[in-house]
Structures are given as structure tokens and as C-alpha cells.
Write a protein that binds this ligand. Structure first.
Ligand code: AHG
Ligand code: MN
Ligand code: MN
Length: 355
């Protein structure tokens, strides 16, 4: 009996190779209307920024003047790296004359960057952390970029961008790029969380994981334990708990995007609580905590300050910080239970002292 010829190409893998980021965005919005086209174009520009940053990172050690500090400090009071500035400018450059985004607000800029030629056509604002985990840059370890998209509310005539001081539920899209052994882009438009890997031979982000769900519980706790002496007793109690129970393992790279990506895929909890020196913690609500919280909830996990849902927090300024506890629901709730118990005990002690 004659067997049929095997297909020359595997249709499934060809389909997969053709599921690029821009095609996926349009599928997600199930529309080709002008708004869907805009969001797809914005995601394409973010992808271009990611490719430019990725290209620079892959060669930085061989280039003069790509690594190290600039000697400046940013609005956060942190030493700025040359790569922070490069990546910040990449995002500005890709959105100039795009007709897509009116304002860019970045961790590295005190005030938003306005692109008047895009207004009033582009009624969107992109908020971003151009290089997250910059302490890893000079030693060739993983870093990331984080982004968040909001619709501009009102005219912003005074240039104060007051409309950005609203809850994280206002985000239209959020995501990050992880520059690791491969460059991965993870995003959500509020319809699940999806990941793409940059295929350098095609120069395209190709779908890798659709509707990612964060495990309900995982073994990882990710925190800078060097801050133990600076934490509130409730966090110390939690850390002592995981030290004394089987089934926990510590992982901390000093770069939120990488640490978060591990937890998104494998479960666990990342925390950056308040410290004596930084009572609100270190992470910035609008550029770091809020976009990752948006992704986490979309993936079925939880993100909180320890006491309040991150997406409910209303910042009092553009560069506001919040404590962050994020990841698998069960693990975030365990941290929260230590905070609640401690607070309850404090109140009881206070009421006994008063009476
Ligand atoms: P950035 O490089 O954008 O300033 O962010 C660094 C952040 C975050 O990526 C990481 O989780 C955290 O800072 C590490 O802080 P510590 O060095 O205090 O642990
Ligand atoms: Mn960061
Ligand atoms: Mn940064």
C-alpha cells in the first residue's frame, strides 16, 4: 500500500511563526477599527524599542561608552547608568512623530516628555521604566523594561499630568521586556497575559505562551534579605516562618523583571516592603508595581502593598513608591496574614495600655 507523502512544511509550526506580536494584538482586540490599529501600532513601537535596547545590551561590553555610570543622579536620587539614558531615549525616539502617544512618563525623567506633534491625535500616555535592574547591566546579567499605557484624560494644559494620578485600573495595557538569554516580551490588554520571544533571525516577536496563569502557590520567595534589620516586625516574622518550614526556596537577582518572570511562570512571591530608610519601599507605583500588578491579576495572581490592592492605590505624585507583595495568590495572602496579625496585636496592646 502506498503511504501519502509527508507534508513539506509543518503547518502548525508555520502558523506559530506567523503569530507575531502585531497580529496577536489585533486578534486580541478582534477588530481593525482605528483604536485597535493604534494600540497595535503602539505595541509595535514598544517592540522596536525592545529590539534596539536588546541589540545595544548584547554588544555593550564591546562598545566604548555604553556601560557604567553617567555621574548624574535621577529624580529618585539614584545614580544613573549610561544604559538607563540610552534606553530612555530609545522610547522617546520611537514615539516621536508616530502620531500615537502624546506624553511619555519615565522613571528617569522628572516631568513627562510631551510630543506636541502627536496631539491631539495621540491621546495616549506611555509610562515606562526603561531599564529595570540597572545594577545588573555592567555584569551581563538579566535586566528588563516595564511599560504601561493609559488614555490621556483632559487637556493637561498646565503640563502637570495630574490625570496620571489615578488608580492602576486605568491602565489599557501593560507589560515588560526581559533581556535574558533570549529577549521575551510579556503583555496584557486586559484579556489575559501572553508572552513572545524575539527571533533574531526574523527580527520579530513570536508567540511563545498564551493566557499564562500564575500557579496558585509556588516555592519561591524573592526578597532582599539584607534589609532584614530595616523591616517591620511583621515581615521579619514572615521570613522566619519560611526559614523554618519545608518547601520554600529563595531567589533574588536584584532585577524585578527577571524575579517577577520566574514567579509568573513557576509561582511564589516577590516582596519589596518598606524599610527604615525607605518607608514606602523602593519600587515606583506607576512604572513598576502597577504594570506588574495588572499582569498579575490578569494571570490570576495577586498584588498588594501588604494591606491594599496595588491597583487601588492612588499615587500622590508621578514618582510615588509603594511597598509591593506580588505573585501567587496563596503566597501573597500568607505575607498579608503576617501583616494583619501584627497590626491586630499592636492595636490590642495599645488598647490595653490606654485602659
Ligand atoms: P531600577 O534599576 O529601575 O532602579 O530598579 C531596581 C529595582 C528592581 O529592579 C529590583 O527589584 C530592586 O530595585 C532591587 O533593589 P535592592 O538592590 O534594594 O534589592
Ligand atoms: Mn526598575
Ligand atoms: Mn530603571
Amino acid at each position: 500500500m502506498q503511504h501519502p507523502e509527508p507534508p513539506i512544511v509543518n503547518e502548525h509550526s508555520l502558523d506559530r511563526d506567523c503569530t507575531t506580536l502585531s497580529r496577536h494584538v489585533l486578534q486580541q482586540l478582534s477588530s481593525f477599527n482605528p483604536e485597535a490599529q493604534d494600540i497595535s501600532a503602539i505595541m509595535n513601537r514598544i517592540a522596536l524599542a525592545a529590539k534596539l535596547v536588546s541589540r545595544r545590551l548584547s554588544k555593550a561590553g564591546l562598545m566604548a561608552g555604553a556601560l557604567g555610570f553617567t555621574g548624574e543622579t535621577n529624580v529618585q536620587g539614584e545614580s544613573v547608568k549610561k544604559m538607563d539614558i540610552y534606553a530612555n531615549e530609545v522610547f522617546i525616539s520611537v514615539f516621536k512623530q508616530s502620531g500615537l502617544v502624546c506624553r511619555l512618563a519615565s522613571e528617569e525623567m522628572e516631568k513627562p516628555y510631551y510630543i506636541p506633534e502627536n496631539c491631539p491625535v495621540g491621546r495616549y500616555t506611555l509610562l515606562y521604566d526603561p531599564i529595570d535592574g540597572s545594577s545588573n547591566v555592567d555584569i551581563n546579567l538579566n535586566v528588563g523594561s516595564i511599560f504601561s499605557l493609559r488614555q490621556q484624560q483632559g487637556e493637561d494644559l498646565d503640563g502637570e499630568a495630574q490625570d496620571l494620578l489615578q488608580s492602576g485600573d486605568r491602565q489599557i495595557a501593560a507589560g515588560y521586556v526581559l533581556y535574558g538569554p533570549s529577549t521575551v516580551l510579556v503583555y496584557s490588554l486586559g484579556k489575559g497575559v501572553h508572552s513572545f520571544i524575539l527571533d533574531p533571525s526574523l527580527g520579530e516577536f513570536i508567540l511563545a505562551g498564551e493566557n499564562i496563569k500564575i500557579p496558585h502557590h509556588g516555592p519561591v520567595y524573592s526578597v532582599n534579605e539584607g534589609n532584614y534589620w530595616q523591616w517591620n516586625e511583621s515581615i521579619r516574622e514572615y521570613i522566619r516562618y519560611v526559614h523554618r518550614h519545608e518547601g520554600y526556596t529563595a531567589r533574588y537577582s536584584g532585577a524585578l523583571v527577571g524575579d517577577f518572570h520566574r514567579i509568573l511562570l513557576q509561582g511564589g512571591v516577590f516582596l519589596y516592603p518598606g524599610t527604615v530608610q525607605k518607608p514606602e519601599g523602593k519600587l515606583r507605583l506607576l512604572y513598576e508595581s502597577s504594570p506588574l500588578a495588572f499582569l498579575t491579576e490578569q494571570a490570576g495572581g495577586k498584588a498588594s502593598t501588604g494591606e491594599q490592592r496595588i491597583l487601588d492605590v492612588i499615587p500622590d505624585k508621578l514618582h510615588a513608591r509603594t511597598p509591593l507583595v506580588i505573585g501567587s495568590t496563596k503566597d501573597v495572602e500568607l505575607v498579608e496574614s503576617f501583616i494583619q496579625d501584627w497590626t491586630r496585636r499592636q492595636l490590642e496592646t495599645e488598647s490595653v495600655t490606654v485602659s
